[in-house]
Design a binder for this molecule. Sequence first.
Ligand SMILES: [Zn+2]
Ligand SMILES: [Zn+2]
Length: 387
Amino acid sequence: MTATRQQIPFEGQTDKGSNRMCGAAALSMVYRSLVPSRAAHALDEHPERRGRDGTRRTRGDGAPGGSERRRGPRRVSDVTQSDIWPLVSRKGPSGQLSCATHLMVKDALSRGFAAVAIQAAHPLQTLIACRENGIRTILNHRLKLDGPAGHYTVFLGIDGEGVTVHDPYYGADHRISHGELSELWQPRYPSSEIVGNMLIGIADQPPPLDACPACKVPIPREVPCPKCAKPVPLAPAALLGCVGSDCMRRTWSYVCCPSCDFTWSFASTAPEAAPGEGDGLWNLGPLFAELDRMKAHVLSIPAAAARPDVQQQLASIDANREKLKLAEKEEMARQNEHTRRSKEAGAKARQEEADLRKAQEAATKPAPPIDGGALGDALLKDLGIVT
Ligand SMILES: [Zn+2]
Ligand SMILES: [Zn+2]
């Protein structure tokens, strides 16, 4: 079962004591696993000097740019988790530094990889898609069943019993059963550091996917973040499956902005293929035009036009033409009704998701402070001491 698992070198987090560098260790593992891909693409490892299409841009001196200097060692193969850590960590509510998912995506993008963080709608299906498409996947779940602390692991493989991950804390080839993973992957605690079912997909030069193969909805290369307006790249696109609202291939509920950490949902629609008056659903126009030409030709021959059997044939053709038009109209109405119902179901599902998310957010908000004075007043009122 593990035969198809991804080949990724293991790396433990170097801060076992504070236990916060898991995200940096996970990224380091992923980067090192992608070094051969970099080499195969014969690219130098200077994303800053590469064009959007991956071709080299020439810049005379070859001196490291400012961002290169900030990022320490220049080659991805030389980057260590200690180099990554300051770039992907930020202070949490407790004042302690920990890794942030959006900063991890930002780091991968800055090194020239394709990276996107999503909240999976169907987590296990998403993991299978990642494995099948060779997408490196970092999972963000809780470290322990009985605690709110967030943790990052590198997904390796999935089988009937569970998943295998490289866990920077627990070790290489760590097994997690499906039941345990689905529990660890939920926030559960009001103070939980995770959102739930969140994962980061990373790839080097993933094949572009211009449209969903099933519903033909185009998948844009990037979308603007509704909050900060910066572009959010949507690659590797195979991780998203589709950006249509009701499509079976769509794997995700929310996408995360690497610039500002905003998570939101969106849906695109297929380009309108509204049939014009003339061509209709079955494009009968050219057929009817040919029939008209034939009829005119027959009627232009007096000997033929006068014959009762020919007249009967022509009348029969006219009757069938009307039947065909009617059937086409019925089929169009049926398809419109189907589209309307699909849209309704999609809207309902999105509403349910939004409600659930609101409830989750409300549950993770701290309760308002207790107002002793107001409680006292209420008690006195209840007892009838004051009115
Ligand atoms: Zn689709
Ligand atoms: Zn943003």
